[in-house]
Design a protein around this ligand. Sequence first.
Ligand code: BES
Ligand code: MN
Ligand code: ZN
Length: 479
Amino acid sequence: MQISLWKNNTPTDSLLLLLREEDCGDLSSFDKDLREILSALINRKDVSGKKGSLLRVPLIEGNLYLIGLGKKEKCSLNLIRDSLAWGLRTIGKNHGVKALVLLRHLNEYEGLPSALGEAGGLCGYVFDTYKTKDKDYEPFSLSEIYSDVYDDKVSEGMKLAEAQIFSRSIANEPGCAVCPSTMAEKAKALAEQYGLQCEVWDEKRLADEKMGALLAVGSGSKNPPRLIHLTYKPKGTPSKKIAFVGKGITFDSGGLNIKPDNYMLTMKGDKTGACNVLGIMKGVAELGLNVEVHGFMSCAENMPSGSSYRPDDIITARNGKTIEINNTDAEGRLVLSDALCAASELKPDVIIDMATLTGACAVALGKYRAGLFTNDDDLAGKILASSERRGEPYWRMPLEDEHISESLKSPFADLVNCGERYGGAIFAALFLKEFVADGIKWAHMDIAGVDFRDKEYGIYPKGATSFGVRTCLDYLMRL
Ligand code: BES
Ligand code: MN
Ligand code: ZN
């Protein structure tokens, strides 16, 4: 996609306009020709700025698309970003090639050019790798966007979009196409492209490095586990050192505690945390941020077989803590435990982990809001501010609970990996805390539920959402 500043004589075939209800009563910011069309449409009540409305008006030179934003008092940049993506996607599906987006009347919303870049960059992405592109296949045709609001933040938004597409395009791949070693290849290719350091630990190295928890989870699959570590170092002296840790279960069958059929479906998405870490590393490199960033991806396939780890097994994580397995389907916290130890050893200022960790979190917060757990109020404030700016909602969850903490104890080992159903998301977070070294600021994002969409919505197509990438990149940009 190419996004440029519009000049009066730029030829376009599609015009996109987002209107609040109040804008329909004051058309003075539009030029005369447009004002005439709009006032006719408004007079005969075809257009009112109603939230969620989309109207296509055929004109001689092309199409005018009108999207309603609703009342001014409720309108936000996040709604505008979603509406832009929706409008541009609609144009691209309707054979539009060059679109003009008029946004000057919305200039009061801070961050508008970046949101335009993001919506423009994301509007054309769909996961169609495996679809036969026959005569009925309609490719997305939009390739150029022009706007009357334009500055260098547009390209920032486009870089954010690329980072998200990178994450989504891997997360969408099924388990037969992406296994732990594939994740390692993707990481190596990314490192090659941007000059990052990339270290991959295979199963032999994992044993030498005492990563007993990751090895246990991966033991049932013919596709062996991998720990991947990418490092980005800025040219100058970095302002901070931040480590990301992503859960990379390329397929979660549950293992010997096998999932029932309808729960196993969609579990190709259990690697989204790791895919997001890849996306973040790409974004950081593209944006050239002045922060040292480490990306750990803890990858395994959780399968039942004669070599699987079993319920009742006692395993030892990298920091020496022993874990009694009471459910092989609570595997995410295990692969993260070893990786959190490895990240802690670098003594970063902050560790952020991301994982499709618990169904309980999705039950608590729904499919549009992720859980945030952190041991630091200042970090919570910064992450929540970034999330608000970028339209990825989180809810801070408790990381103190003496009763649930008590249930982490095992009679035979230091910890059990699974507690009772109630408070399942908090149990998992408290379990992870056992592997973060004392004194390190840490945040855990439980993205189960928000990682995939079953229908197109705003900036999201069907499939992987890369939820978390935008928030984390925004956080890093402000350090
Ligand atoms: N990957 C799942 C969590 C999940 C569930 C993600 C639904 C996205 C949608 C995780 O590994 C898991 O199986 N969790 C169990 C934990 C339980 C065994 C304590 C769960 O949520 O049921
Ligand atoms: Mn599981
Ligand atoms: Zn899982």
